[in-house]
Design a protein around this ligand. Structure first.
Ligand SMILES: [Zn+2]
Length: 477
């Protein structure tokens, strides 16, 4: 072989890798880094979450606060200069917490701090008084016979694990949404759980008790961690422990809410393709919804705004979607996916912010295998902020679930969840828990990822559509 031939052979091996070596062109990288660094210095995110929590506050589905939040979002997005700002109507359930009185009547009478779980029916007018049966897991609850549980109150005393990834929440939410189903099947009158949360303050963590939007048949109540301790102590006495509870929780008529949508329109051949930046506009009623999900709303709006003001239109359209009623049944997420079923293939990738204001520590994804080199290169832009490269199994978040199941790839930017569940779904979810620097770091991560996704020639492929429905059956525990 001549030297020339050897060179040609070498070139033929090198050429494909040279072509694909760079998934993100230099000019896109340079601009993404500039946006990232600017966001770290300052972003408008804090002002947005401050405005939402101070001017609107609690905004649970169907409430007056929910309607006010929709008006707030429309006004805010218009004022910031977004295009195609509009509200897509979504019918939402309206559940009212009412009042709750819960106390131990024997052996050590004492009032307890607790809250009703979303979707809980109230008690009869005269309340419920019954003996308690304590278990620590769903498996233990399933092992009880009807004889052991009928006419009693089930107490599921599982301690949620504190983790940076927030992984302990999955076990606890399953107890929250399935404990009452298992208990009711065995004739229990109500279910009391230790909160799905890690707070050491005397606050209870609410959250939906419904799985797949099936109505609950018995009351579901969450105790503050400290109060679950009191109850667990009483159980250790060996005597029969009796609880008395009265709740006026109830459903009101459904109300019209909305997904609030705004765009940074793309320019050119890829303009009809969309990069989704999602967060949810609703919150639970106990706090002011600062970390869940005011910060998410602020992060995605701030990131999109930075791209809008960077001088040049992105190639793809960036669409901010503030979803209606995530907390109590994903009404907005399901409606959006239905509405856009015929244009699902134009949704090239989605990012959701719904894990509080902790600094982002991991980039994960769920994209086609042959697009993993794009994610790896994106990671090099995020690494200077202390962000690790995760796996390709990201869920993408609850609101993007229906789109992901229809084939849309997702990127996941994991916020540090170590302290998130101290405040999540409690009266303690207020603005003072938001750290400006960590919030800006989130915006920096989102703006980098969104800018790259909107401006590279390639895309993230498609996912295999799936239709998994996770029920309360034991096989899913
Ligand atoms: Zn949330």
């Amino acid at each position: 072989m001549t030297a020339h031939a050897r060179l040609l052979l070498l070139a033929s091996f090198l050429l494909p890798t040279t072509v694909f070596a760079q998934a993100i062109p230099d000019d896109v990288k340079v601009q993404a880094e500039a946006l990232r660094d600017a966001a770290l210095q300052d972003s408008v995110a804090y002002d947005i979450v401050e405005s939402l929590t101070m001017e609107v506050g609690p905004r649970s589905a169907g409430s007056a606060g929910d309607a006010a939040a929709v008006r707030w979002a429309i006004d805010k997005l218009n004022a910031l200069g977004f295009k195609n700002v509009h509200a897509d109507e979504v019918l939402v359930p309206h559940w009212d917490r009412g009042t709750l009185d819960i106390r131990i009547t024997a052996p050590y009478p004492q009032f307890l701090v607790a809250t009703s779980l979303g979707g809980s029916p109230g008690t009869p007018e005269e309340g419920i008084e019954a003996e308690l049966v304590r278990v620590e897991s769903l498996a233990e609850l399933r092992a009880l016979s009807r004889e052991q549980l009928a006419g009693r109150i089930a107490f599921v005393d599982h301690v949620m694990e504190r983790k940076k990834s927030g992984a302990g929440y999955a076990v606890s939410t399953r107890i929250r949404s399935c404990g009452h189903v298992v208990a009711a099947e065995r004739g229990a009158l109500a279910t009391v759980i230790r909160s799905a949360g890690t707070s050491t303050h005397r606050v209870a963590h609410t959250g939906s008790m419904l799985r797949n939007n099936v109505p609950a048949t018995i009351p579901g109540i969450a105790l503050a961690n400290a109060d679950a301790d009191i109850l667990a102590y009483a159980m250790r006495s060996g005597e029969a422990v009796k609880l008395r509870l009265h709740s006026s929780a109830r459903y009101l008529k459904q109300e019209m809410s909305a997904n609030v949508v705004a765009e940074v329109p793309g320019n050119g051949d890829l303009a009809n393709e969309v990069v989704i930046l999602g967060a949810h506009l609703d919150s639970w009623d106990l706090g002011t919804g600062a970390i869940d999900d005011g910060t998410g709303v602020a992060i995605v709006i701030a990131a999109a705004k930075m791209i809008m003001e960077s001088g040049e239109s992105p190639r793809r359209t960036i669409r901010v979607v503030l979803f209606a009623n995530e907390e109590f049944g994903l009404s907005g997420a399901n409606k959006y996916a239905e509405q856009h079923a015929s244009s699902i293939d134009q949704h090239v990738v989605g990012l959701e912010a719904d894990f509080g204001p902790g600094a982002v520590w991991k980039l994960s994804s769920q994209v086609a295998e042959d697009a993993l080199d794009i994610v790896a290169e994106l990671h090099t832009l995020l690494e200077p902020m202390g962000i690790e490269q995760g796996d390709n199994k990201a869920s993408g978040g609850a609101d993007l679930g229906p789109l992901r199941k229809a084939g849309m790839p997702v990127l996941g930017l994991s916020a540090d969840g170590t302290e998130y569940f101290d405040y999540h779904h409690t009266a303690d979810d207020t603005l003072d828990k938001v750290d400006r620097d960590d919030l800006n770091q989130n915006v920096a991560a989102y703006v980098t990822a969104a800018y790259v996704a909107a401006n590279i020639e390639r895309n993230f492929g498609r996912l295999q559509p799936s239709n998994n429905v996770n029920t309360c059956a034991a096989e899913f525990d």
